[in-house]
Design a protein around this ligand. Structure first.
Ligand SMILES: Nc1ncnc2c1ncn2[C@@H]1O[C@H](COP(=O)(O)OP(=O)(O)O)[C@@H](O)[C@H]1O
Ligand SMILES: [Mg+2]
Length: 235
């Protein structure tokens, strides 16, 4: 569904990605693990068209998306939930969701159906739909960021460190919801430092270090890899 070949991204003199290749099959959950600064966010941002690729190719459903604008990429169904939540704290939960639907053709009836579809995953957000988003807990703000992304109707959903700064029990809940979203037919590309939880829900795992993919394999292969255990799983 998504195929990245030899992707290179430079920020001025900084070579953030040095030739990343990876593939995401339709219906799967793929996780990219990596430490701080490895190039995870840059990978997602270049798929979304937010940072330009210096070299390489990005194909979505057989079509090159490398030269498309972020808006065009979203409208194809490639939707990113950015790192650090980026919700609008002064707006209500439901207003934040409406902003998420903004990128696509405005059809009020569909948008109302979408609120319900999204609230099915996040009953806590429905209870708080009129609450100002800035007063939500960290976990609820992350849920809102994911919910807002869903309002854009992703075919593939790119999630940038949804577990960041959250308590383990909240992380477990959020990863459970990500699995539910996947079961409903949305392909997932998840990037994380939180290796253990993130590999548990993955079908396939890539490990990125300083702009290069260094290891890849099925969840079982990667979890049993001794180097991974040492570097990422704290074992
Ligand atoms: N806007 C930027 N300008 C210059 N360097 C950047 C910029 N964004 C990221 N970098 C650098 O690119 C590398 C990869 O960053 P990033 O993709 O954010 O890593 P990760 O998400 O894995 O923590 C890092 O060395 C980082 O300092
Ligand atoms: Mg990042």
């Amino acid at each position: 569904m998504l195929k990245i070949s030899d992707l290179k991204v430079n920020y001025g003199y900084v070579k953030a990605l040095k030739g990343v290749s990876l593939e995401v099959k339709e219906g799967s959950i793929v996780t990219i693990l990596g430490a701080n600064g490895a190039g995870k966010s840059t990978t997602l941002k270049s798929i979304s068209g937010i940072v330009p690729a210096t070299e390489g190719e990005i194909e979505f459903m057989g079509q090159s998306i490398k030269k498309l604008s972020p808006e065009e990429i979203v409208s194809l169904g490639v939707v990113q939930c950015p790192e650090g939540r980026r919700i609008f704290p002064q707006f209500s939960v439901e207003e934040n969701l409406r902003i998420g639907a903004f990128g696509r053709r405005k059809n009020i009836k569909n948008i109302n159906d979408d609120y319900e579809r999204v609230y099915d995953y996040f009953p806590k957000l429905k209870e708080r739909k009129d609450q100002v988003a800035g007063t939500l807990s960290g976990g609820e703000q992350q849920m809102l960021a994911i919910a807002r992304g869903l309002m854009a109707n992703p075919k593939i959903f790119l999630l940038d460190e949804p577990s960041l700064g959250l308590a383990p029990i909240v992380v477990k809940e959020i990863f459970g919801i990500i699995e539910d979203i996947n079961k409903a037919g949305v392909t997932i590309l998840l990037v994380e430092q939180n290796a253990f939880q993130a590999s548990k829900i993955a079908d396939y795992v890539y490990v990125i270090e300083t702009g290069n993919i260094v290891i890849s394999g099925t969840k079982e292969e990667v979890i049993s890899n001794e180097n991974i255990k040492k570097s990422y799983l704290g074992a």
